[in-house]
Design a protein around this ligand. Structure first.
Ligand SMILES: CC(C)(COP(=O)(O)OP(=O)(O)OC[C@H]1O[C@@H](n2cnc3c(N)ncnc32)[C@H](O)[C@@H]1OP(=O)(O)O)[C@@H](O)C(=O)NCCC(=O)NCCS
Length: 154
């Protein structure tokens, strides 16, 4: 049975290791959200073949509930939230927003970080308003059907 997690559970970002790899790969969004983000197994594989990237498992109350993959091209610089998800069982508990603030705190520590980006699939139930709630603003740029948002960090 799934562990009961409440919105007050502490949220942390943890390294993906041999110990939690399977649990992180098993996290899934709701079926109707499958077009919005790649499976974590795909994202972790892509991380392994990308030079400038960073990934973490999102934990709440000590258990994995989500995943983040960041593209961090420090020389450009361009910091881009490549993948972001909270398992369908644990959505709407505030974990996504709280973990994203931790990610933003991390990006602020990176060289010349004045802004970060995300793109989203513009579809009903998509994450646009979630990102807007955290402060991201539409740029109007279309990346092959995904729409870009920007967060100013200064
Ligand atoms: C988008 C996602 C990460 C949000 O995670 P979450 O833990 O459910 O979000 P939170 O509970 O922290 O919600 C924070 C706020 O955003 C709102 N929100 C969350 N998901 C939303 C959605 N899909 N549409 C509109 N608003 C949303 C919440 O209502 C809440 O608003 P409030 O502060 O006014 O109460 C999660 O729904 C998810 O994994 N979706 C599927 C994958 C996806 O779309 N990933 C993004 C790829 S770019």
């Amino acid at each position: 049975m799934d562990k009961e997690l409440t919105s007050g559970a502490p949220v942390t970002l943890e390294e993906v290791t041999a110990d939690n790899l399977r649990a992180v790969m098993d996290l899934q969004v709701k079926p109707e959200q499958n077009d919005f983000v790649a499976p974590n197994s795909v994202s972790i594989a892509q991380y392994c073949y990308t030079d400038e990237a960073w990934m973490r498992a999102i934990y709440a109350g000590g258990d994995p509930v989500g995943f983040v993959l960041l593209s961090e091209r420090r020389s450009v610089p361009r910091y881009y939230l490549w993948r972001y998800m909270i398992d369908g069982r644990y959505q709407r508990l505030g974990f996504g927003a709280r973990a994203l603030h931790l990610v933003i705190d991390y990006v602020r520590t990176l060289p010349n970080a004045t802004e970060m980006y995300v793109t989203y699939v513009p579809a009903p139930g998509g994450p646009r308003d979630f990102y807007a709630g955290v402060g991201f603003v539409d740029t109007g740029v279309d990346h092959e059907g995904e729409l870009e948002m920007r967060l100013a960090l200064d």
